[in-house]
Design a protein around this ligand. Structure first.
Ligand code: SF4
Ligand code: MSK
Length: 633
């Protein structure tokens, strides 16, 4: 198959797609073909079905065709409303995930299934929120902190707590724009209200509402997700792992963990080590239990336990096609409903566990946090007992995997930076070394490359090409989500990749002992990136928008990504998109996103579907920001 025809960078994927064709199994690529051309109105964002008088499809071309919906809504209104609703859905997803973790912290106890793993981080958060800690039982503190966190979702007055962590100039911008986020649920509800038929029609106002809601995600729900997960499950430290479908084991019970919520996957990890489960594994004749992660659940368990990475979002069907998986265990988000019919073609059990993500045709075993380990053992038992049903003649495990280092929390990054601090001169535990090399130009800048895969592009090609180009040009890359897993599979999360970096980045990586692309976790952990950037800004006494740092989502597909991109721009960091969002039906809204928003936030969106020219634009913008920074310092 020629390079252009390949659906992904990974040759093993094409082998599995061929296996699917040979076995008559439908995959996403078949459905894409059947879809033919996408709807032009939907693609441009000009279809409105908000009320029963519609759907109204207005023409994206001025002066040609219907210019307004029945109610008079223009293309600008319709596009901006649709965009705002994507931001609300993305914010709801990340934040509702965080809410579950807050409940788990609230139920944590010394002798329970969930315990406080990072007391230091809990105490720090308690002090930040003025919760008394002196002489108190750590679990009393945990419960009070969890209650305050839960209150952030629906408090009737005031604004969120975490935006206080942002640099002062940034908070001032948010106040002046009147986009300081209030309660998380309130911001989501406000968008749903304001985009109801007959409410806000002004595109700029809709963008401002989107910005405020996105901030309730980035500096609210997602940040709670990261902080509380670290407290309950432990703040991650770097660990070696392996990535790609070659991590599946021929003689072991393979369990695929897919989704986002660590409350379940943490317990599956514990259950897989339970003596009762190990004994059962021996009884069925398997040599062990092999957990493999996918999407952000995969990131959560690899960063805290080194669980191997089976693959990215687009490989979920391919993983089943190996015929070697006893159970696909899912929680929430990014799970294809097609996993039900595909698993039916094999012995694989497809087990849904959350009432928020029930899928037709799956076996639903509801995960009960009150009896977490017991619940997890029931699920793992299903997988082990299924081992005997594996059909050897249907098994094909591609022999491809790469070494990777995962699990750099901000604390871990700072610990690595401490290696170069002369403690006689400078204090340890700060981002000063990072700020110094950026200021001096040894590193030209930094990029957070994040997000999904998208069938509109060759999978992972954009992620990897952009990462390689940036590190070769002395731009350090941090990564989360499926982009991080793409990097892992391409070997970019290993120290071997240092040789691909420019001279400046090579020197930094050698001194600090890090790879040139750093795994910072799951999608909610993009908040680690905005906090790291904010720490460097504060250290240099500038705003985030003054720094040569960018966010990049080369292959995004989910509404969560739209919410992330919007909070990153609202936080003063440019965002480069490799997939065009459904906004092009409104030149006014495109102008707001790619131009006017810069006057408000100091940052904007760039859109280019060619990864090579997108990378050039990133480097150009980084140099532009450098010139401005040098003038300021
Ligand atoms: Fe049509 Fe207006 Fe109803 Fe949308 S809100 S479907 S544009 S009438
Ligand atoms: S899992 S949101 S496909 S990154 Fe977070 Fe991957 Fe995108 Fe889901």
């Amino acid at each position: 198959m020629s390079e252009e025809k390949m659906v992904s960078l990974n040759t093993i994927d094409d082998q599995l797609i061929k296996k699917a064709a040979d076995e008559g199994i439908e995959t996403m690529w078949d459905r894409k073909k059947a879809m033919k051309a996408p709807c032009g109105f939907g693609e441009k964002g000009v279809c409105c079905r908000i009320c029963g008088m519609g759907p109204c499809r207005v023409s994206p071309v001025a002066g040609k065709g219907a210019q307004k919906g029945i109610c008079g809504a223009t293309a600008d209104t319709i596009v901006a409303r649709n965009f705002a609703r994507m931001v609300a859905a993305g914010t709801a997803s990340h934040s509702d995930h965080a809410r579950d973790i807050a409940h788990v912290l609230h139920m944590a106890s010394r002798d329970g299934n969930y315990q406080v793993q990072d007391e230091k981080k809990l105490i720090a958060l308690a002090q930040e929120w003025e919760v008394p800690t002196e002489g108190r039982d750590i679990y009393d503190v945990a419960h009070e902190v969890a209650e305050i966190a839960l209150n952030e979702f629906g408090k009737p007055f005031g604004t969120l707590r975490f935006p206080d962590r942002a640099p002062a100039p940034r908070r001032k911008i948010w106040e002046e724009l009147n986009i300081m986020p209030r309660a998380i649920d309130r911001e989501i509800a406000t968008i749903m209200h304001s985009t109801h038929m007959g409410c806000t029609s002004d595109a700029e106002s809709l963008l401002r509402l989107s910005m405020r809601t996105s901030l309730a995600n980035g500096w609210g729900g997602s940040m709670l997700g990261t902080e509380l997960s670290d407290i309950v499950f432990g703040t991650s430290t770097p660990r070696m792992t392996e990535a790609n479908l070659g991590v599946l084991e021929e003689k072991q019970v393979n369990i695929l963990l897919h989704g986002h919520d660590p409350c379940l996957s943490e317990m599956i990890v514990a259950a897989a080590q339970d003596p009762e489960m190990i004994k059962l594994t021996e009884e069925v004749g398997a040599e062990g239990i092999n957990l493999a992660g996918m999407c952000c659940t995969g990131n959560e368990v690899t960063m805290r336990h080194g669980v191997k990475i089976a693959g990215t979002f687009y490989q979920q069907e391919l993983a089943v096609l190996t015929g070697a998986i006893e159970a696909v265990i899912v929680d929430v988000q990014c799970i294809f409903p097609s996993l039900a019919p595909i698993t039916d073609c094999y012995h694989t059990k497809f087990i849904t566990t959350s009432p928020k993500a029930k899928i037709t045709g799956a076996t639903h075993i509801e995960f009960n946090e009150e009896k977490a380990l017991e619940s997890a053992k029931v699920i793992v038992r299903e997988a082990i007992e299924n081992y005997k049903n594996r059909k050897q003649d249907k098994v094909f495990i591609p022999q491809s995997k790469a070494q990777a280092i995962t699990g750099y929390s901000n604390e871990a990054v700072i610990k690595q930076l401490d290696r170069v601090v002369n403690s006689n001169i400078d204090p340890q535990g700060t981002v000063k070394p990072l700020a110094d090399v950026i200021k001096a130009g040894v590193l030209r800048g930094a990029a957070g490359i994040v997000g999904c895969n998208n069938i509109k592009t060759k999978h992972e090609y954009s992620h990897i090409e952009i990462m390689k180009k940036l590190i070769a040009n002395d731009v350090i890359v941090v990564t989360t989500g499926c982009a991080a897993q793409a990097a892992a599979k391409a070997g970019l999360l290993s120290k071997d990749a240092i040789k691909l970096a420019g001279k400046g980045l090579q020197a930094v990586c050698e001194l600090v002992d890090i790879p040139p692309v750093i795994h910072l976790g799951s999608c909610v952990d993009n908040t680690r990136i905005i906090r790291l950037v904010s720490a460097v800004s504060e250290h240099l006494g500038v705003d985030n928008s003054d720094l040569p740092v960018v966010g990049v989502a080369p292959e995004w597909m989910s509404e969560k990504a739209v919410a992330i991109g919007t909070y990153v721009v609202s936080s003063g960091i440019d965002v480069f998109l490799g997939i065009t969002p459904p906004v092009t039906g409104s030149p006014e809204f495109v102008d707001l996103l790619t131009n006017k928003i810069e006057d408000m936030t100091g940052a904007k969106f760039f859109i280019d579907e060619n990864p090579l020219t997108l990378a050039d634009k990133i480097l150009e913008r980084i140099e532009e920001k450098r010139t401005k920074l040098e003038a300021r310092l």
